[in-house]
Ligand binder design. Structure first.
Ligand SMILES: *Cc1c(COP(=O)(O)O)cnc(C)c1O
Length: 474
């Protein structure tokens, strides 16, 4: 095979083969090891040399399917509790396939009227799902990091305006730093975004009342008072990654109002608390923020990659993200093109998957799924509490259970090492995945439940495998 034009008649077979390979992979995703034992061998067998002559479409697709089965991580499945990674609902997966097949460029209406229209609808449906006020708008991004980036860019430029400068136009040279204040819960991706934005990673002030990072509200208020009305960015965290804890967003909104600061809420997964009346109060106050970010590929269960940035006043975004060239459409109207609302130019039609999954399951379907996950987290917490070798370290407020292995005969000084070794053994074993972290200075497990396929037996499998491996370590 040479020029792909000669492969035109392979298209149908290629699509059928890709669907068949996907079907086979997903058929085992509930019960396969999360990381298959033959992974390293499969990876080492991949041909490294750029082919001079191609083989046509079917051979590489067959090989990809095989590699997927042999070395693909089953993070799409129900036993992956590491990080916070969702799977893909059937509707979302189908929508995402069609985004590739139709290959719409959602940069501008003229490039894709369909991609653009569905993104307006998807962003508005998400706004409603999270009960953010009418008028909030925004843009789909590649994930929570870029959603934080978009929101914090708008915050930076809002501060610049109050300082009499345009950071976007003139850069940051010679201008006083923008103060950024948060609790100890601020996510590394927000810090990274502030670095990218020239505000500076080291310029984040964390007001933590204890080793878990919980907000010291009095210290925050004092620091804001000292700024004496100078522009500042407050970052509130809805869903922190170690224990799923929340900053007091309402109280932070009060402070932001009193001291004239921009309030950003990072709700990568925690914003989904607002989908259930049982948990909504945890993220209460997000509706008062200037900006709110969340993830699609976590609890919404759309494929990678997808996030959302919401702004109280989305009209500010083109000031930061607009661009001009003679061949590009102008920035105009109530609804500027999405290429002017975020960092990307050419953009995947991420709205297809979001729109399809929200249409398929509706507000009620998402509420039921979130509540099922809340129940599973409480089930896991009870299971941990019953096992005398396990010690729970935090209240379970949402979907993360923070605990550690604590054998009766082990001293406190041995526990970090034991848990680190158990964490490594769990990943090497591959049947179930969960990661370790440092919580209040102690090495701990922090399984997060966000996958639509996860059931009680999967959560139980995590505890069973951990105890099994722990027995082998001592
Ligand atoms: C996951 C996460 C992010 C970053 O999201 P990505 O999709 O990985 O870029 C930001 N904030 C919080 C609280 C998160 O959990």
């Amino acid at each position: 095979m040479s020029d792909p034009i000669h492969g035109l008649d392979e298209l149908e077979a290629a699509l059928a083969l890709a669907a068949e390979e996907a079907r086979e992979f997903l058929a085992g995703v509930d019960s396969d090891p999360v990381q298959p034992p033959g992974t390293a061998q499969a990876l080492s067998g991949i041909e490294r040399d750029l082919p001079e002559e191609g083989e046509g479409a079917l051979a590489p697709l067959r090989e990809l399917g095989e590699l997927g089965r042999e070395a693909g991580n089953r993070s799409a499945g129900p036993r992956f509790f590491h990080f916070v990674i969702g799977g893909a609902t059937p509707a979302a997966l189908g929508g995402d396939w069609l985004a590739s097949a139709l290959d719409q460029n959602a940069v501008a209406r003229v490039a894709s009227p369909l991609g653009t229209e569905l993104e307006w609808i998807a962003v508005d449906w998400l706004r409603e799902l999270f009960e953010l006020p009418r008028g909030f708008g925004g843009v789909l991004t590649t994930g929570g990091t870029m959603a934080n980036f978009v929101c914090l860019a708008a915050a930076r430029d809002w501060c610049g305006e109050r300082m009499g400068v345009s950071f976007s136009a003139d850069g940051l040279a010679g201008v006083a730093q923008v103060p950024v204040l948060s609790s100890g819960h601020i996510h590394s991706s927000a810090v990274k975004s502030l670095g990218l934005l020239g505000v500076g990673r080291a310029n984040v002030q964390r007001f933590a009342a204890d080793g878990t990072g919980r907000l010291d509200l009095d210290a925050l208020e004092l620091a804001l008072a000292e700024l004496d009305g100078a522009p500042a960015i407050l970052v509130a965290n809805a869903g922190e990654v170690n224990a799923g804890d929340f900053d007091p967003i309402d109280a932070m909104a009060d402070l932001a109002e009193r001291h004239g600061a921009w309030l950003h809420v990072d709700g990568a997964f925690g914003l989904f608390a607002r989908v259930s009346p049982r948990a909504a109060s945890l993220a209460g106050g997000a509706e008062r923020a200037h900006s709110v970010s969340a993830d699609g590929h976590k609890w919404l269960n759309v494929p990678h990659d997808c996030g959302f940035a919401f702004l109280r006043d989305p009209a500010v975004l083109p000031r930061t993200f607009g661009e001009g060239a003679a061949y590009l459409p102008p920035i105009e109207g109530e609804r500027p093109d999405f290429g002017y609302l975020g960092p990307e130019g050419s953009r995947r039609a991420r709205a297809f998957a979001v729109w399809a999954t929200l249409r398929a399951y509706g507000r009620r379907g998402y509420r039921e799924m979130v509540e099922r996950h809340l129940d599973l987290a409480q089930h896991l917490a009870r299971r941990v509490d019953r096992e005398h070798q396990l010690e729970r370290l935090a209240d379970v407020r949402l979907n993360i259970v923070c605990f550690r292995w604590h054998p009766d005969d082990a001293g406190e000084d041995e526990l970090d090492d034991l848990n680190r070794r158990l964490g490594e053994a769990l990943i090497a074993d591959g049947r179930v995945f969960a990661g370790t972290t440092l919580y209040d200075g102690r090495v701990a497990f922090r399984p997060a439940i966000v996958n639509w396929r996860t059931r009680e037996q999967d959560v139980d499998a995590l505890v069973d495998v951990l105890l099994d491996l722990a027995a082998g370590l001592r």
